[in-house]
Write a protein that binds this ligand. Structure first.
Ligand code: UD1
Length: 363
């Protein structure tokens, strides 16, 4: 019976770990443990997701919290090494591309524990992005690599990862979306905010490359100013973005836009209902590009690259960059138009089950 320590740490990890913890239950051959690194700790960034997604209480929370990349990564590694010494798992499973992912992955392989990576193979080819560094490093040391889309298979092949380590299983984030769509219908977020379906837009921004530089962030606000004149924007704001608005002196500009509504980070179900009924979503998130593809809602990605090209080739996503003129032009083309896209292969709600089956067959 393989014992598996499963790692989660930051908000986008919780949606990925939820269906896995559920799928293990169907395989009596798996002995799972859940460790939260504590990278995210606010109620709205963590607890709420455990509650809404029915994730079991973590067996342990390392309580690491925020810090520079080196401090956060090092502290997770030091604390997680102790856990591995005590628990002696056969496998460590990590998801996504956050600092918790690479920190725990490195600890595992150096202790001779096998490593599984869920959401392997994605590449933005932009090493300036901390997540890209985490992805490349984690994939290069993993023993099992679970891939969400065809580009991941191509990237891993090009990098020389042996085929027998790689499994195209689909997308666990979409497992969670499909499992919660009906539940999200009951969310009162639209009435609470006084919104009509398709009568508003959603924005999310948190990448350092967008919100740490006053010219870039200011340019994006120029574009949002145009967009909110067409339809109001709801902007659930990441704590990092809130802090930067003050720091960069942009808060007054945002406050001055009557159609731009900044709200606290939302729980999973409210956010799902909000995006599912939006006219256009403007974002720099990775996961939201995938979710809008399944929801059939236009997504404008305010970045120069994406590690999730299937959302462009098959879904509703467009890479628009950060030039305000390009954002405005793309928005004007899409507003009020029905979005069309296809469901990528194996984004069918069964990815976690496929992963659990493969893990159960390991020693
Ligand atoms: C992290 C991930 C990013 C992911 C994002 C989702 C890395 C390198 N980045 O970025 O890939 O898209 O999570 O949100 O792992 N903070 C709080 N409360 C919290 C968590 C964070 O206030 O619960 C604030 C702190 O000021 C902290 C800052 O947000 O310094 C950044 O948090 P951090 O975990 O370092 O990175 P994210 O920007 O959240």
């Amino acid at each position: 019976m393989p014992s598996i320590i499963n790692i989660c740490g930051a908000r986008p990890n919780f949606m990925k770990i939820a269906p896995l913890m559920r799928a293990y239950g169907a395989h009596s051959g798996i002995d799972p443990l859940l460790i939260h690194t504590g990278q995210h700790y606010d109620k709205n960034m963590s607890d709420l997701f455990f509650k809404q997604l029915g994730i079991p209480e973590p067996d342990l929370n390392l309580g690491i919290g925020s810090g520079s990349h080196a401090v956060q990564t090092a502290q997770i590694m030091t604390a997680f090494e102790q856990v591995c010494l005590e628990r002696k798992p056969d496998w460590v499973l990590v998801v996504g591309d956050v600092n918790s992912t690479i920190a725990c992955g490195m600890v595992a392989v150096k202790m001779g524990i096998r490593l599984a990576h869920v959401e392997a193979g994605l590449r933005s080819f932009d090493r300036g992005m901390p997540e890209e560094v985490n992805r490349v490093l984690t994939d290069s040391i993993s023993d099992l690599l679970f891939v969400t889309e065809p580009s991941g298979l191509e990237n891993l092949k090009r990098e020389g990862v042996p085929d027998e380590k790689v499994h195209f299983v689909g997308n666990v984030m979409i497992d969670t979306l499909l499992a919660n769509r009906e539940k999200a219908e009951a969310s009162t977020v639209l009435t609470d905010l006084g919104l009509e379906p398709r009568g508003y837009n959603v924005a999310t921004l948190h990448r350092p490359s967008n919100v740490d530089n006053p010219e870039i962030f200011g340019g994006i606000i120029d574009a949002l100013e145009h967009v909110q004149r067409d339809r109001p924007i709801v902007f659930p704001m990441h704590p990092r973005t809130v802090a930067n608005l003050e720091k960069l002196g942009l808060k007054q500009r945002i406050d001055g836009l009557a159609g731009l509504r900044v709200v606290e980070p939302l729980g999973y179900l409210d956010f799902l209902k909000l995006t599912a009924n939006a006219n256009v979503v403007l974002t720099d998130s990775g996961g939201i590009q995938e979710e809008t593809t399944i929801l059939g809602v236009w997504c404008l990605t305010l970045r120069e690259n994406t590690e999730r090209p299937v959302t462009i080739d098959q879904g509703t996503n467009t890479l628009v960059g950060i030039d305000p003129r390009a954002i405005i032009a793309a928005y004007d083309q899409r507003t009020g138009q029905p979005a069309s896209g296809r469901t990528p292969d194996k984004w069918d709600g069964k990815a976690a089950e496929r992963i659990a089956r493969i893990l159960a067959a390991q020693s």
